[in-house]
Ligand binder design. Structure first.
Ligand SMILES: C[S@@+](CC[C@H](N)C(=O)[O-])C[C@H]1O[C@@H](n2cnc3c(N)ncnc32)[C@H](O)[C@@H]1O
Length: 290
C-alpha cells in the first residue's frame, strides 16, 4: 500500500464532512484504488501527491468525492422489495389516490438508476390506465446522475437481474450498450441531493426506496436522515430500506410490517389515516337517490 496515514486521514475526513460516508482505518486499499486513476489523470506521481493537490483544488476534490462513492446496484435488487411493491404498496396507494390518479416515488441514492428503472417497469405493467407516475432519482454523485439520464447500460450490467422479457420490452440496442426506452425515461427525473444535509424542497412521496446507503453513515446521520424522510413521505406511504438496514433503535416514528422476506416501513399511525372517500358527483347522488 502506498497511501500514507496522513493522506488517508485527510481523505476520510473530507468524505465524512462532505458526504457523511465513513472511511474507517482498514479502507486504505479502497481509497487508493479509487484515487489512483484520478491521480494519474491529473499527472501526479502517486496518490499522496494527488492528496496534496486535493488540499488546494476544489474542482479536483469534487471529482475525488464522486470517485469515492460506492455505486453497487442491480436490476430488481433482492427481488423481495419489488414483490412488496407490486403486491402491497402499489395496490394500497392506488386505492387511496383515486382523486389525483398520480403516484410519486423517490429513489434516494439511486446510483446508476437500475432501481428507478426497475420501478418504472413495474409501474408500466401494473399502474391502472389513466394514472400518471413520477420517480425522482437522486444521488450525491453527478457521474451517476448523468448515467441515469442517459439510461444506457453495458451487457454486463444488463445481465445483473434483468429478465430477458423486460430487456426485449423496454430496451433498444445502442452500439455495444442497451438504452432504456423513452416511455420509461419520461417517468424518471433526476436531482442532485446529498442525504446528509437538509433536503431541498421536495414533493410529498407515496413510496421511498432508500436502500443500501444508510450502511455508510454513523448512527446520528442515519437517525437524522430517517427523520427527514419522515417529513417528505405521505402519512399512508411506504419506505423501503436495504436488507441489512433498519429503523429499529434509530427512529421510532416508523412501524415495520413484514411482507414475505421484506420489512416494509410505514409512518407510525398510518392505519388511522382515512382512505380517500370520493366527493359525491351529480351521477353518484342520482344513483344513491341522496
Ligand atoms: C450502494 S449504492 C445503492 C444504490 C441503490 N439504492 C441500490 O440499493 O441498489 C449507494 C449510493 O449512495 C450514494 N451516496 C453515498 N453517500 C450519499 C449521500 N450523502 N447522499 C446521497 N447519496 C449518497 C452513492 O453515490 C451510491 O450511488
Amino acid at each position: 500500500m502506498t497511501i500514507s496515514d496522513s493522506s488517508f486521514a485527510f481523505v476520510s475526513d473530507l468524505a465524512r464532512r462532505e458526504t457523511a460516508m465513513l472511511y474507517d482505518p482498514g479502507k486504505e486499499y479502497l481509497v487508493e484504488a479509487r484515487l489512483l486513476p484520478l491521480a494519474r489523470e491529473a499527472g501526479c506521481t502517486d496518490v499522496d501527491a494527488y492528496v496534496l493537490r486535493l488540499q488546494v483544488d476544489a474542482a479536483e476534490r469534487a471529482k475525488a468525492l464522486d470517485a469515492l462513492t460506492i455505486n453497487e446496484t442491480s436490476w430488481f435488487r433482492d427481488m423481495a422489495p419489488y414483490q412488496a411493491f407490486t403486491e402491497l404498496m402499489l395496490p394500497s396507494i392506488v386505492a387511496r389516490r383515486e382523486h389525483t390518479r398520480h403516484i410519486s416515488i423517490w429513489s434516494a441514492a439511486c446510483s446508476s438508476g437500475q432501481e428507478a428503472y426497475s420501478l418504472s417497469m413495474l409501474l408500466d405493467e401494473h399502474l391502472p390506465p389513466g394514472w400518471t407516475a413520477q420517480i425522482l432519482a437522486t444521488d450525491i454523485s453527478h457521474k451517476m446522475l448523468a448515467r441515469v439520464e442517459a439510461g444506457r447500460y453495458s451487457q454486463v450490467e444488463m445481465n445483473r437481474g434483468l429478465p430477458a422479457t423486460s430487456l426485449v420490452k423496454y430496451f433498444s440496442r445502442a452500439g455495444s450498450e442497451w438504452e432504456v426506452n423513452d416511455n420509461l425515461k419520461k417517468m424518471v427525473r433526476t436531482q442532485h441531493l446529498n442525504l446528509s444535509t437538509s433536503f431541498p424542497p421536495l414533493p410529498t412521496f407515496d413510496i421511498v426506496f432508500i436502500r443500501n446507503v444508510l450502511i455508510y453513515f454513523d448512527l446520528d446521520v442515519k437517525r437524522d436522515i430517517l427523520r427527514r424522510v419522515g417529513q417528505v413521505i405521505s402519512p399512508d406511504g411506504f419506505m423501503l430500506l436495504g436488507s441489512s438496514e433498519t429503523t429499529l433503535d434509530l427512529d421510532d416514528h416508523w412501524d415495520r410490517e413484514a411482507h414475505g422476506r421484506v420489512q416494509v416501513h410505514r409512518p407510525v399511525g398510518y392505519a388511522n389515516v382515512p382512505a380517500f372517500s370520493p366527493q359525491p358527483t351529480p351521477e353518484s347522488i342520482a344513483m344513491t337517490g341522496a
